[in-house]
Design a protein around this ligand. Structure first.
Ligand SMILES: [Zn+2]
Length: 229
């Protein structure tokens, strides 16, 4: 993934291999970008953010008013963040499209779909999302909402989605892209274990990514018994 594709105007490719690694300069304040799920209790959620000193929550869900979103729902959620001294912003261009999600769920939710077909659909979803944010939307372009957040006043920000495990979620692509393309920023997947909650479990077959996503440094995780093409 080159500079033009990502919308990064400057930077230094540091590897001659594929694909070129391009770095934006180290942000003045930001040290860590985290991923977190709202699929836990409100207490565990806000205690986890506090323990990690996260001061800005970046909502990457396609819609913020799911019926099952419990505490992370619409204006009530924004109010709760304020009460816990956490900033909140919903960045629509970091969410997957309805089309990508529908295409995946058509296969994944079908009773007759094989494990293989589901893994293929998950791989297509995650790769489609990576292309959407990197090539189509150029989320790291100058002046983009993400760029403003990365170079803003916060030391630690967190991408939010509802998927419990980070490997089952598009947020891992966002974290991977930041780690790959922004100098000096660490990434972390937050889990409520540290504040008395349970670690989320992986869903099958989402855990099987049949092809790597180089723009986010995500390797393939091959399914046992499946012949690689
Ligand atoms: Zn998700």
């Amino acid at each position: 993934m080159g500079t033009e594709q990502l919308g990064i105007r400057f930077g230094t490719p540091v590897s001659a291999g594929d694909p070129p690694r391009v770095c934006l300069p180290r942000p003045p304040h930001l040290a860590t970008v985290c991923g977190i799920s709202c699929g836990m209790s409100a207490r565990h959620f806000f205690e986890t953010l506090r323990a990690e000193r996260v001061t800005m929550l970046v909502d990457t869900r396609q819609t913020t008013t799911y019926r099952d979103a419990r505490f992370a729902h619409g204006d009530d959620f924004v109010y709760a963040c304020g009460r816990h001294d956490v900033g909140y912003t919903h960045v629509a261009e970091l969410a997957p499209t309805a089309d990508l999600r529908a295409t995946y769920h058509r296969v994944a939710d079908g009773k007759s779909a094989s494990r293989d077909e589901r893994a293929v659909a998950w791989t297509a979803f995650l790769k489609g999302y990576a292309k959407l944010v990197a090539t189509d939307r150029k989320i790291l372009r100058e002046g983009s909402p993400l760029r403003e957040l990365l170079y803003g006043p916060h030391k630690s920000i967190a991408f939010l989605c509802a998927c419990p495990h980070h490997e089952d979620c598009h947020r891992r692509v966002l974290l991977g892209m930041v780690a790959r393309h922004v100098a000096g920023v660490g990434i972390a997947n937050l889990s409520p274990e540290g504040v008395g909650g349970f670690a989320p479990s992986l869903k099958t077959p989402r855990r099987y990514l049949l092809e790597p996503i180089p723009s986010a440094d995500i390797p393939a995780s091959h399914m046992p018994g499946r012949k690689t093409p």
